[in-house]
Design a protein around this ligand. Sequence first.
Ligand SMILES: Nc1ncnc2c1ncn2[C@@H]1O[C@H](COP(=O)(O)OP(=O)(O)OP(=O)(O)O)[C@@H](O)[C@H]1O
Length: 256
Amino acid sequence: MLEISSLNKVYESPGRRVEAISSITFEVGTGELVCVVGPSGCGKTTLLRCVAGLLPVSAGQVRVAGTPVTGPPPSMAVVFQEYGRSLFPWMTVRQNVELPLKEKRLPAARRRELVADSLAAVGLGDAADAHPWQLSGGMQQRVAIARAVAYEPQVLLMDEPFAAVDAQTRADLEDLILRLWRELGVTTLFVTHDIDEAVYLGQRVIVLSSSPTVIMEDLKIELPPERDQLITRSLPQFGELRGHVYRQIQRARGTR
Ligand SMILES: Nc1ncnc2c1ncn2[C@@H]1O[C@H](COP(=O)(O)OP(=O)(O)OP(=O)(O)O)[C@@H](O)[C@H]1O
């Protein structure tokens, strides 16, 4: 579904040249959930923005379902870390979720159905007429997730979506993503700086080196498919995997 081939990204401005990504190649199969981790500043956000078609690549290519990405593809939805800035404060929750569906030119009845279903799926059926600023941070991020899900994307991209919420909310949102991913079977690329989160959510974890970035490891997560915050995290394999990824990231930081 998603092919990233020899992706290179250089930021150039007068007197400054930053090679954020040296060369990255990987694929995400249809219906897979792949997490990307790496040291701070290694280019995780840059990679995600290139995949989303929000930033031009300097070399290489991104393809979605075989089609090269040259701008934001209509088949993708992105959830960002800054939910406060990604929702329109003057619109209600319902209007925020409906907006991309209007851009997709869906008929009103279908839009109403998708908005109601997605808000119910994230547990916000009662908040449709509230404004985002009347909701907690975790609830706002659930609105952003509902908006992405209602859009029925082929590919869901998430950039540190839970970095700004408290630990309990974060655990709830992680489980929400796992449930929606299972129900919808949507191909998901999830960027996080949190090693535990990556191992808990991912079927694979891609570990990036520090900048200029390459892939240090593409690790298959051999944990039981049913994940549970208490049971999964207390499995010996979970501890081994997180220890392994932690050591890789320490290595990556050492090679800076
Ligand atoms: N617009 C830009 N112009 C110039 N350099 C940039 C720009 N955006 C990012 N960079 C540089 O690219 C590199 C990668 O940044 P990026 O934000 O993608 O990393 P990250 O892994 O997401 O970081 P963090 O984990 O701290 O959020 C950094 O060296 C950063 O300074």
